[in-house]
Ligand binder design. Structure first.
Ligand SMILES: [Zn+2]
Ligand SMILES: [Zn+2]
Length: 256
């Protein structure tokens, strides 16, 4: 399984893009940097998009890829929880801001949405996909994606602490998890459902106690302005846990 980080941050500029992962050029997870990172051909080759939650930085490129596919007679499957469908059709593609590609063209909508049920593994395009709810300010699921060869990545999406319930359901080789801000923003992180390096450390200790191992850890959703500080604090955590924890960057590739 090949995982490409199309976007690794929570803000966008010419250097940073919003969080989006690409698995084997077939599955996209979240859509903050889909159209700006992929050629039209690569967009047309996508088999499915998994969305974790309704926040704008994670769904932003859905209308844009829908228009690209519509104009080229294509369509694509989208999987997520029902609140994400509601947000897309009520706010982003409501017929005023943009056409509702979830329902149009009537005979063959460009976006084919399927609701995914948490804790119930589903076969999607040859991968086993398990949605697991995490602790964020709106309903959010992380996804464990397991390849036909049995390699697994778990991407938490945006989450705050208290992931012990989550760890019970997943056994990834690679954990892609968020750290949005450095330790001095702990109060903010707890309030809005994000992690800092020290909050991450506690979650990883919980993982190790429960599962008896630690997976390779890659971080996303960093605030670019605080990234140096986050990196220094993460180095301390990685050393304390004696585990690989690296900050993702746009274009990063991970082979499992
Ligand atoms: Zn969010
Ligand atoms: Zn976010």
């Amino acid at each position: 399984m090949n995982i490409r980080v199309l976007g690794a941050h929570n803000c966008e500029s010419q250097k940073w893009k919003l969080v989006t992962l690409l698995v084997d050029d077939a599955l996209a997870i979240d859509a903050g940097a889909l159209t700006s990172s992929l050629s039209l051909e690569a967009q047309q080759k996508l088999k499915a998009i998994l969305l974790t939650h309704q926040h704008y930085d994670h769904i932003r490129d859905i209308p844009a890829i829908a228009m690209n596919l519509f104009l080229n007679s294509g369509n694509i499957n989208i999987y997520s929880i029902p609140p994400v469908y509601d947000a897309l059709s009520t706010h982003l593609m409501n017929g005023e801001l943009y056409p509702n590609f979830l329902e149009q063209p009537q005979e063959n909508p460009t976006l084919k949405f399927s609701a995914i049920e948490p804790y119930k593994a589903e076969q999607i395009e040859g991968y086993s996909i398990l949605a697991v709810p995490v602790n964020h300010s709106v309903p959010t699921v992380g996804y464990q994606v397991t390849s036909p060869e049995g390699k697994a990545v778990f991407y938490t999406s945006d989450t705050g602490p208290s992931l012990a319930g989550c760890w019970e359901y997943v056994s990834p080789h690679l954990l892609v998890i968020e750290v949005t801000a450095p330790n001095r923003y702990e109060e903010f992180a707890l309030r809005v459902g994000h992690l800092t390096p020290s909050l991450l450390k506690r979650e990883l200790i919980g993982f190790q106690e429960l599962k008896g191992y630690l997976p390779q850890v890659v971080l996303v959703h960093m605030n670019p302005s605080e990234e140096k500080e986050i990196k220094a604090e993460i180095a301390v955590v990685a050393e304390a846990l004696n585990n690989s924890i690296t900050l993702a960057y746009e274009g990063m590739q991970i082979h499992l």
